[in-house]
Design a binder for this molecule. Structure first.
Ligand code: KG4
Ligand code: ZN
Length: 385
């Protein structure tokens, strides 16, 4: 089969992204316009602002993705776009634009689940490195600002007849996603938005053992790790308790004054850097963020490894914005090695939201002719199956 060039478009949250990927295995261009600056004053993503920013950015971002790839609209083989999950208004911008392009160019249109995209970011880069033989069963942890989900991923079909992927959810957060907890704790401590990158940097200066957060306890009437695989055992997560633990610590240790002082000092700076945040954090704050990061990372690793053990998986993918965290990567590498499981991460550029992962996830669908009808809708709560 000749090469297929797929244009991916992603607008599910606060990144307007477009990319061209060749045959699901080579990133030819990858353009991400981050809206962080527009949302920063609010300490989180404001849905209406996100839609407006996507409208402003979508045309130049797609044009740049094509120009960087040296492709013409006509020379593309398909247009892929994120259908959900995500913010409805934000998704609609990408979907409307993708539909218009597909209609005008008479190209096939492919609808992609954002979470499937995060999983295919890993597959894309492994193929790009020449690794075409992943081991199954495969467990994927998608850990981002909106999700903390565990999926068993399977491939069906043959190389000749085409492959289809299917996914079984075996665990997810009961409340906050891990990235959401990073963002909310950063907001509480006046550390800007998004929280993950700044908390990671600050944690290097603090003592992770200073504050003890009890591991999240989930009442699973059905949790019994001695049962065999496939019998409905769940591996759910919960991060609102740790987040509330940080709030209680702030209150009981009278940290409000130092938070207010930092807020004022940060406001006075045009674009605060990580070094500014480090210099504006006292030792108790650095210890608190390091301990918070430690608690979240240890819980993600231990629950995911329990699931990997119960399902006897051969490969583990860790993907999504929080997978950019180096401490998380190190702990997964150590623990997975002890279990004899191969662990894979996307590069940092493809850990957070991007459109290359959408174009890559679309490729198996392109091969089997799984195209979207022109009237398909955005689905804010789209499940991955
Ligand atoms: O995948 P993503 O770009 O968007 C969603 O689909 O949510 O993930 C964004 C999330 C944010 O919550 C951000 O704080 C978190 O990923 N994040 C990190 C790091 N970089 C981004 N969390 C921890 N450590 C990081 N280095
Ligand atoms: Zn994402």
């Amino acid at each position: 089969m000749s090469d297929a060039y797929i244009l991916g478009i992603e607008t599910s949250c606060d990144e307007t992204a477009a990319a061209v990927v060749r045959s699901g295995e080579q990133v030819v261009s990858n353009v991400v316009y981050s809206q962080i600056a527009a949302h920063q004053p609010y300490g989180g993503v404001v849905p209406e602002v996100a839609s407006r920013e996507h409208l402003r950015a979508i045309v130049p971002v797609v044009r740049k993705a094509l120009a960087d790839a040296g492709q013409m609209y006509q020379s593309l083989d398909a247009i892929a776009v994120t259908q959900g999950p995500g913010l409805a208004g934000a998704l609609l911008v990408g979907i409307s634009y993708a539909k218009a392009l597909a209609f005008a160019l008479d190209h096939p249109l492919i609808a992609v689940n954002h979470l499937e995209g995060h999983i295919h970011a890993v597959l894309l880069e492994e193929r790009q490195k020449g690794n075409h033989h992943l081991q199954f069963p495969l467990l994927a942890l998608v850990v981002s600002g909106g999700h903390t989900h565990l999926y068993l991923a399977e491939q069906h079909g043959t190389a000749e007849g085409g492959m289809r992927w299917s996914y079984r959810n075996i665990g997810q957060t009961r409340d906050d996603a891990a990235g959401e907890a990073f963002d909310k704790v950063a907001k509480l401590l006046a550390l800007g938005y998004p929280g993950g990158p700044v908390i990671e940097k600050l944690s290097a200066h603090g003592n992770p053992a200073a504050v003890k957060f009890p591991p999240p306890q989930i009442k699973h009437p059905d949790r019994n790790e001695n049962r065999g695989p496939g019998d409905g055992v769940r591996f759910d997560f919960s991060y609102s308790g740790i987040k509330t633990g940080v709030l209680r610590h702030v209150e009981t240790h009278n940290m409000q004054g130092s938070i207010a002082a930092r807020k004022g000092a940060i406001k006075a700076k045009e674009s605060p850097t990580i070094a500014d945040y480090v210099s504006l954090c006292d030792k108790p704050t650095l210890d608190l963020v390091a301990s918070f990061q430690y608690a979240i990372v240890e819980d993600l690793v231990s629950k995911t490894l329990s699931a990997a053990r119960a399902h006897n998986v051969a490969a583990l993918f860790v993907t999504g914005g929080v997978a950019a965290n180096q401490r998380l990567r190190n702990r997964f590498e150590e623990s997975a090695a002890q279990e004899g499981v191969a662990v894979y991460f996307p590069s940092r550029a493809l850990s957070t939201d991007n459109a290359a992962m959408i174009a890559a996830a679309a490729y198996p669908k392109f091969l089997v002719g799984d195209f979207a009808a022109m009237d398909f809708c955005a689905e804010a709560g789209l499940a991955l199956k």
